[in-house]
Write a protein that binds this ligand. Sequence first.
Ligand code: NAP
Length: 315
Amino acid sequence: MEYRKLGSSDLKVSVIGFGAWGIGGAPFWSTEGDTMSVKSIKKAFDLGINFFDTAPVYGFGRSERLIGRALKPVRDQVILATKCGLRWQKETLSSISKVATRESIMEEIDQSLKRLDTDVIDLYQVHWPDGKTAHEETMEALLNIREQGKIRYIGVSNYSVQEMQDCLKTGPLVSLQPEYSLLQRAIEKETVPFCLIHDIGVIAYSPLASGVLTGKYDRDTKFKDWRSKGIIGQFTGEAYQRNIEKVERLKKIAEAAGKTCGQMAVNWVVRQPGVASALVGVKNDRQVEENLKSAGWQPDAPVQDEIDRIFAVEG
Ligand SMILES: NC(=O)c1ccc[n+]([C@@H]2O[C@H](COP(=O)([O-])OP(=O)(O)OC[C@H]3O[C@@H](n4cnc5c(N)ncnc54)[C@H](OP(=O)(O)O)[C@@H]3O)[C@@H](O)[C@H]2O)c1
């Protein structure tokens, strides 16, 4: 396993990270049960993954609790990343809202520490900007809890260049967690260059486009989880059909190279500039084993060119 320095921090994260959204289950995903989730986390650690990303909202605490429980015996050997900024009234999708106020962060940090069963969180990220709270207020609260020893480093997720610039006026950011995959390349133009200049490590989320790039779905697939809602347009309608066509071509290229389609997709992400780690979401230990083999190699130049042609950014 390759480990990369995360931005300006002294954290060295595995290039394949464990994405713990899926194991949180409802209301977003279905899982294979907590026993399998814990087995998957332990398998990931045993195989060299040291970077685990979760959030309070993933299963309304369930994901954080599972990560805390599974990694307790090896806490000093792993990097725990969680988030703040998404709150809920009831355990329903529609009651989730973005809140990045000082008051909320002060409450959230103690809840996360408790659920993760740890004294300190290595990387604490604001999940989404809330569009209302001044970035100065959010950053000051984060600096406060860092001074209190509750977190080690501050990161953000889903922030624009402008929003990161505003945050940097108050304090340092070591990472940005954006969506990044062969099917979602919006960060390449402005965000990645900004991160490179400011030594902000890119932690790519949904590198498999939430499963679509594994090649196991086809034109007729009807998703039964959050993907059925087409929240980001990747899983329904014409966009989905276009994506599947590209994935089918990637699948053939991967087969010819002796890799799986998912491995080829994640491999592409970890070879991109600025990327410190790709957070791959998993449901079971078999997926962990397969996904781990996505790093540590690179396709021949003609194969790389063909992948670039298929997934070229339009417009
Ligand atoms: N900051 C944010 O706003 C944000 C948003 C999204 C995600 N994330 C982070 O990024 C992580 C990964 O994102 P993600 O879960 O959306 O997507 P992903 O890694 O692109 O896809 C994960 C899904 O693909 C399928 N899969 C994974 N490995 C597989 C394998 N070897 N064979 C077959 N199927 C496989 C599984 O779903 P099925 O088996 O059901 O197909 C799994 O849940 C999350 O867990 C979270 O940590 C962050």
